[in-house]
Design a protein around this ligand. Structure first.
Ligand code: XMP
Length: 520
C-alpha cells in the first residue's frame, strides 16, 4: 500500500480517493506516524500531503527523523504535495519563503523538458504542452533542495515541481488530487503505479473475499456477532458481509422505533431477511419510543432519549440470543476513521450524530468494523458485489433518530403520520421525475406552526410542510437543490390535497453552511 502522511490539508482524503481510483490501496496516517506503525504494512511509497502550516514556524509538524531513515532504508519513493514539497525542502537543505504573493487558483505549468525526461517518467504524458493545475499556497520554494533538480515551473513558482532521481523523491507545489488539475490523476498514476510499482488489485470482488476471510479469522469458528441494521447502506452492506462470512452466527437486529418512514421496517425485513437470508430479528418498539419522547421538544434531548432507549432495547435483544455474543458489528466508514487520525484540532459539536456509539462496557463486546477502510462509494460497490440491488445501495442516508428530528417540536403519533404521508408523496414524485439520484438527501419536515388557508369556501388553520432537498457529496457541505418549479408545483399540490392537516408547503433554499441539512 501507499501511505499518505497527513499534514492537515483539507484535500488529504481526496489524495486517498484518487489513489484508490487507480486500484491502488492506500491509507492516511498522521504526519507524526511512527516507524513502528508504518512497519506493520507492506509499503510501496509515501505521499506527504499539503497542510496549513509554514515549515519554519514553531510547532510546525515534521516527519520524524526515524521515519526518514526508515523510508531511506526501504528505498521507498516519496511524493511531497504543497506543504509536503516544502517539507522535502526543509529536510534536504532547500529553502522556503513566505510567498510575497499568495497563489490561489488556476496556473499553467511549463516543464523543463530535458530534466523532466530524466525524471523516471514522473511527468510522462504531461510534457508536450503546458498543463493546468490548481495552486493553493502562501509559502513557496525559493531554493531547490540538495540532490534535487527543477523539472517544472509556473509564472509565480519557479520550482513548481522538483525531482531527486536517485532517491525517487518528487515534490510538486500544486494539488494533483483536485479536479481543477485535469492531468492530476495521470501524475498520481505515474507516481504510484509506474514509480512505486504498487499492485493495482484494489477492486471490489477481491476486497470482498479478503474482508470475508478477515471476519472469519477474527470471529473464529464459534464466535457470535450482533449488529443493528437500519436499512441504510452502511449497515446493510456490513450485515450482508457478516452473513456471507459466518451465516447465522451473525444476529441482525432491526429496532422499529416508530420513527421510520412508511412501510420501511417491512421493506428492510424483506430485503435483508427474505432476499439475502440474513438472520434478522425485528423488534416493534413504537410505543416505548413515543412514550420516551412525550413532551420533549429540544433536539439534543430527543437524540439522547432515542439513543438511550435504543441501547436498552439492543441489550435486551442481545440477552435473548441463546449463545454468548462476542462481537458488536459497526458500519464505521473510512471518513470517520480519518476524522480521528487527521492532524487537526478538535471541532465543535453541532449535533451528536453518532447516537448509537456508546454501548456500555458491561456488555463486554469487542468491535468488528469491516468497512472501516472504505469510502461511501466503495461501500456501494461492495454492496452490489454482495448481491444488494442497485436501488438499495443508492438510498439516501436516513438519520438514526429518524422522523423525530423532522417533526419539529413535540413528536406525536399524529404528527408522525402526517409527516410520513407527505414524505411518501414527495419521494414518489422525486423518483418519478428523475431527481432521486441527483439529490444527496431529500425529505419533508413538519413545522410546529399553523397557517391560515382557504379550502372551498372555508377557512383552514393547519400545519406547514417544508420540503428539503440538497446536493452534496460528503454531507459536510451541501447546496440546496435547484428543483424545477413544475416538479415543485406537483409536489406541493399533491401534499396539500392528499394529506389531511396540511394547508401549506414551503421549499427550503438554505445551503450548508450556514444551515445544516436536517432542521434539528
Ligand atoms: P446535518 O443536519 O448535520 O446532517 O447537516 C448531516 C448528515 O447527518 C445526518 N444526521 C444524523 N445521522 N443521527 C444520524 O445517524 C443523527 O442524530 C443525525 N443528525 C443528522 C443527516 O441526515 C445528514 O445526512
Amino acid at each position: 500500500q501507499v501511505a499518505i502522511l497527513d499534514f492537515g490539508s483539507q484535500y488529504s482524503h481526496l489524495i486517498a480517493r484518487r489513489v484508490r481510483e487507480l486500484h491502488v490501496f492506500c491509507e492516511l496516517y498522521s504526519c507524526l506516524v511512527t516507524v513502528e506503525e508504518l512497519s506493520k504494512h507492506e509499503l510501496t511509497g509515501i505521499i506527504l500531503s499539503g497542510g496549513p502550516n509554514s515549515v519554519y514556524e514553531e510547532g510546525a509538524p515534521h516527519v520524524r527523523s526515524e521515519v526518514w531513515k526508515f523510508i531511506e532504508a526501504k528505498k521507498l519513493p516519496v511524493l511531497g504535495i504543497c506543504y509536503g514539497m516544502q517539507e522535502l525542502a526543509y529536510t534536504f537543505g532547500g529553502e522556503v519563503s513566505r510567498g510575497v504573493r499568495r497563489e490561489y487558483g488556476k496556473a499553467m505549468v511549463k516543464t523543463h523538458k530535458a530534466a523532466a525526461s530524466k525524471s523516471l517518467g514522473f511527468l510522462n504524458g504531461l510534457t508536450d504542452e503546458d498543463f493546468q493545475v490548481w495552486m493553493s499556497h502562501g509559502d513557496k520554494l525559493t531554493k531547490t533542495p540538495v540532490g534535487f533538480v527543477d523539472i517544472a515551473y509556473t509564472a509565480n513558482s519557479e520550482h513548481a515541481a522538483i525531482a531527486n532521481v536517485d532517491k525517487k523523491y518528487f515534490g510538486i507545489q500544486f494539488h494533483p488530487e483536485v479536479t481543477h488539475t485535469p492531468l492530476g490523476k495521470k501524475l498520481l498514476s505515474n507516481f504510484v503505479v509506474e514509480i512505486c510499482k504498487s499492485p493495482t488489485d484494489w477492486n471490489m470482488r477481491s476486497i470482498a473475499d479478503v474482508f470475508i476471510k478477515e471476519v472469519r479469522e477474527k470471529v473464529g469458528p464459534k464466535g457470535h456477532v450482533i449488529g443493528a441494521v437500519s436499512g441504510g447502506v452502511d449497515s446493510s452492506v456490513a450485515a450482508a458481509l457478516l452473513h456471507r462470512a459466518i451465516g447465522d452466527r451473525f444476529h441482525a437486529v432491526l429496532i422499529d422505533n416508530g420513527l421510520l418512514r412508511g412501510g420501511e421496517a417491512e421493506e428492510v425485513v424483506n430485503r435483508l431477511q427474505r432476499h439475502l437470508g440474513i438472520n434478522l430479528h425485528c423488534i416493534n418498539a413504537e410505543d416505548r419510543f413515543l412514550k420516551a419522547l412525550a413532551g420533549v421538544t429540544e433536539p439534543e434531548t430527543k437524540r439522547k432519549k432515542i439513543g438511550n432507549l435504543f441501547i436498552d432495547l439492543f441489550q435486551e435483544e442481545a440477552a435473548r440470543i441463546n449463545h454468548p455474543v462476542d462481537f458488536l458489528l459497526q458500519g464505521t466508514l473510512y471518513p470517520d476513521v480519518i476524522e480521528s487520525i487527521s492532524y487537526k484540532g478538535p471541532s465543535a459539536t453541532i449535533k451528536t450524530h453518532h447516537n448509537v456509539g456508546g454501548l456500555p462496557d458491561t456488555m463486554h463486546l469487542k468491535l468488528i468494523e469491516p468497512l472501516r477502510e472504505l469510502f461511501k462509494d466503495e461501500v456501494r460497490e461492495l454492496g452490489m458485489v454482495l448481491g444488494i440491488e442497485e436501488e438499495s445501495v443508492w438510498r439516501h442516508p436516513f438519520p438514526g433518530p429518524g422522523l423525530a428530528i423532522r417533526v419539529l417540536g413535540e413528536v406525536t403519533k399524529e404528527s408522525l403520520d402526517i409527516l410520513r404521508q407527505a414524505d411518501a408523496i414527495f419521494l414518489e414524485e422525486l423518483r418519478k421525475h428523475g431527481h432521486y439520484r441527483t439529490t444527496g438527501q431529500a425529505f419533508c419536515v413538519l413545522l410546529p406552526v399553523k397557517s391560515v388557508g382557504v379550502m372551498g369556501d372555508g377557512r383552514t388553520y393547519e400545519k406547514v410542510i417544508a420540503i428539503r432537498a440538497v446536493s452534496t457529496s460528503d454531507f459536510m457541505t451541501a447546496d440546496w437543490y435547484h428543483m424545477p418549479h413544475d416538479v415543485l408545483a406537483i409536489m406541493s399540490s399533491r401534499i396539500i390535497n392528499e394529506v389531511r392537516g396540511v394547508n401549506r408547503v414551503v421549499y427550503d433554499i438554505s445551503s450548508k453552511p450556514p444551515a445544516t441539512i436536517e432542521w434539528e
